[in-house]
Design a protein around this ligand. Structure first.
Ligand code: SF4
Length: 454
């Protein structure tokens, strides 16, 4: 049996793709190993969102080179966004790499491996597709706790945010057949999974139609609407079983609808949490980022969430500080937006110029690293204060928690998540993994709630 070691970096889409790759190669006789030294094939699924992400991969390859020296027959492949961005240039820059495969070419991996094995030639496939959704491939769950899983519902992104490489590395948007998504979710539920996260670069622009997918003649039993948008899909999945929790990521302020918010409100098993990246609090910078909304539009969406879903709805964001030409005053607009929303948490970075993006081609990266880092530390400081305040509001309240593991800090404690996506730890109890328990919050810090099972 040939052994495959697969390592993923970056976003949840990449981790989900690695499960597709594992499935494709398991049909070629590969079994997964978590011991890199015993592998015959190493695949690294890469991220390209910031310079640092690519440096991490190059560093990893230097480590792998030591293993390759002891095992010359070992095959090494680079997958994902860095593969797509650099294409065969990567083979020149990183000599130990044998295969370069982009996010839409994973069905071709068996052939690419064959070429290396039989012809001793390096192989590349970085063709992006307008159709590929891998919807008929059942993922092989990797490092799974058997309780929570990702389901990718669409691929690519049509938004051209000026700082972002994703549209170049993952191609145009295409939505997956809703019935294949429901089937995968039902399958996971039957195997004991109790939480799924629907994944897409921008789930709100999910749109599937019988017309464009030549599915006019669907059997009577599976009658579905001619056009399925995200709120429809969310409802279809929510109706599978009220014991199956549903999360989704990532939303986009330009097209999140009130219909989606109403589905959250009307279905207890659709989690009370939305990740809504703002990126900046200043309208001039948002325009320069080509985010297609301004500060007021964004705040309207936040107000809709609080009005329709409620003030307890967990809300998180992404922020980029120090974007091209950002003034101190505009930086303060981001800080004041955070004061207005009071996020539960955020992913925060300073601007990292990416080759080939609109921003790199048109704007000067003119904010010094020192100022970028200082602004980032101000945003992080504010977010930590807000996260703590939001968590303090939960003290003495009881939450329905899905138990999904053991606390990292102590094996005497179980851990789980509330519907609001808050991490909570509580004294361990036998045989509760994968079940729902009511937990009363006793204390908290900015990242974790501490409670007791009621
Ligand atoms: S929405 Fe913007 S930031 Fe997000 S993946 Fe698409 S282009 Fe990138």
């Amino acid at each position: 049996m040939k052994k495959l070691f697969i390592q993923s970096y970056g976003c949840a889409m990449n981790f989900s793709d690695s499960e597709i790759v594992a499935s494709i190669l398991s049909k070629e006789g590969y079994i997964i190993t978590n011991t890199i030294e015993e592998s015959d094939l190493i695949l690294i699924n890469t991220c390209s969102i910031r310079e640092k992400a690519e440096e991490t991969i190059r560093h990893r390859l230097r480590n792998i080179n030591i293993i390759k020296k002891n095992k010359p027959s070992l095959i090494i492949g680079i997958l994902g966004c860095m593969a797509e961005r650099l294409k065969d240039k990567l083979l020149k820059e990183e000599k130990i790499v044998d295969i370069v495969a982009g996010p839409d070419s994973y069905r071709d991996l068996p052939k690419l491996i064959c070429k290396v094995l039989e012809k001793n030639e390096k192989s590349v496939n970085t063709i992006l597709s307008l159709e590929e959704t891998y919807d008929n491939i059942e993922p092989v769950r990797l490092n799974s706790n058997g309780i929570t899983a990702f389901i990718s519902i669409m691929r690519g992104c049509d938004n051209m945010c000026s700082f972002c490489v994703v549209p170049f590395t993952r191609g145009r948007e295409r939505s997956r057949d809703p019935l294949s998504i429901v089937k995968e979710a039902k399958n996971l539920y039957s195997k004991g999974y109790r939480e799924i996260t629907l994944l897409g670069q921008n789930v709100d622009s999910y749109k599937w139609s019988k017309e464009t997918n030549n599915k006019k003649k669907l059997e009577k039993s599976t009658e579905i609407k001619d056009v399925i948008v995200f709120s429809d899909l969310l409802e279809m999945v929510a109706n599978i079983n009220s014991d199956l929790r549903i999360r989704f990521s990532t939303s986009h302020p330009k097209d999140i609808t009130n219909d989606v918010l109403k589905v959250i409100k009307n279905h207890e098993n659709v989690c009370n949490y939305i990740h809504l990246p703002a990126q900046s609090g200043n309208s001039r910078i948002l325009k320069k980022m080509n985010r297609t909304y301004d500060r007021n539009w964004y705040l309207d969406k936040i107000n809709n969430i609080k009005k329709i879903v409620g003030n307890e709805c967990g809300i998180s964001s992404d922020f980029i500080t120090g974007f091209c030409s950002e003034t101190e005053e505009e930086h303060h607009d981001t800080l004041s937006l955070m004061d207005n929303v009071i996020y539960d948490y955020s992913y925060m970075y300073y601007y990292s110029e990416r080759p080939g993006t609109l921003a790199q081609r048109k704007y000067e990266d003119d904010i010094s690293l020192e100022i970028k880092k200082r602004r980032l530390s101000e945003i992080i400081k504010k977010q930590n204060k807000h996260s703590l305040n939001r968590n303090k509001l939960t003290i003495d309240k009881t939450y329905k928690v899905l138990v999904d593991g053991i606390s990292k800090k102590s094996s005497d404690y179980n851990k789980g998540k509330t519907s609001e996506n808050k991490l909570i730890v509580f004294p361990k109890k036998q045989n509760i993994m994968g079940t729902y328990v009511d937990v009363r919050v006793k204390d908290c810090n900015s990242a974790t709630l501490f409670g007791e099972i009621c």
